[in-house]
Design a protein around this ligand. Structure first.
Ligand SMILES: [Zn+2]
Length: 218
């Protein structure tokens, strides 16, 4: 009996360490989440996505990968931290809620979490209500690194264990959902052109995630 207990404890410890090994290291760096941001998020869900909710939560079904077009996590944090958009009239007209994403990955692959992964963030028109956003420090001039590719893989694999993720897309691919039932945006003319993070990075990323059995993009 005692020996059986030892075996079970051993199996349990092994399982626990395997699960822990599969979770990437994530550094918490929360942006402002106050009453105003909660209300603006609820307003966005209602006015833009046509969804009346009592809490600004999402049920993640997809992950949208971005680059920040700036050169540091600090700059990204400072951009996302205010609750309201400073300027950007093409966006302010649709909602005063500031843009943000749930995660940002530095060029060395360090993962930071800015908001809980089931909390609403404004990063992709038409899809925010079901999409987790991952920002990557980089730009057209500074293409994303191999360390970022690896960190995106680990983070998305981890998120897929928590949520039924069906699609992994680049921000530049988001308009492919426009003619599908996934698209929820009340103004058909509210669209912005995006080129982040590009085909090369996204094709490599999806190629490295065959175990997730993702759906092909529409
Ligand atoms: Zn983007």
């Amino acid at each position: 009996m005692k020996f059986a207990n030892y075996l079970m404890t051993g199996a349990f410890l092994l399982l626990t360490s395997m699960l822990l090994a599969q979770s990437p290291k994530i550094i918490q760096k929360p942006i402002t989440w106050d009453k105003d941001r909660i209300q603006l998020s609820l307003d966005y869900l209602k006015n833009r996505h046509g969804l009346t909710q009592s809490a600004p939560v999402i049920h993640p079904k997809m992950v949208v990968v971005h680059w920040t077009a700036n050169n540091s996590v600090r700059a990204t944090f400072n951009t996302f931290n205010p609750t309201r958009l400073p300027g950007r009239p093409e966006l302010t007209k649709a909602s005063a809620l500031n843009v943000s994403s749930q995660f940002v990955i530095d060029r060395d692959g360090t993962i930071y979490q800015l908001l809980p992964d089931s909390i609403f963030a404004r990063h992709t028109i038409g899809l925010n209500y079901c999409a987790i956003g991952i920002e990557n420090i980089g730009s057209r001039q500074h293409p994303l690194t191999d360390a970022q590719l690896k960190a995106n893989e680990e983070l998305i694999r981890y998120l897929s264990k928590k949520y039924p993720i069906e699609f992994v897309l680049g921000h530049h691919e988001y308009q492919r959902f426009r003619k599908t039932s996934w698209w929820k945006e009340t103004d058909p003319n509210y669209i912005t052109g995006k080129d982040d993070p590009g085909d090369k990075f996204m094709n490599e990323l999806r190629k490295n995630l065959p175990d997730l059995k993702l759906n092909p993009l529409p």
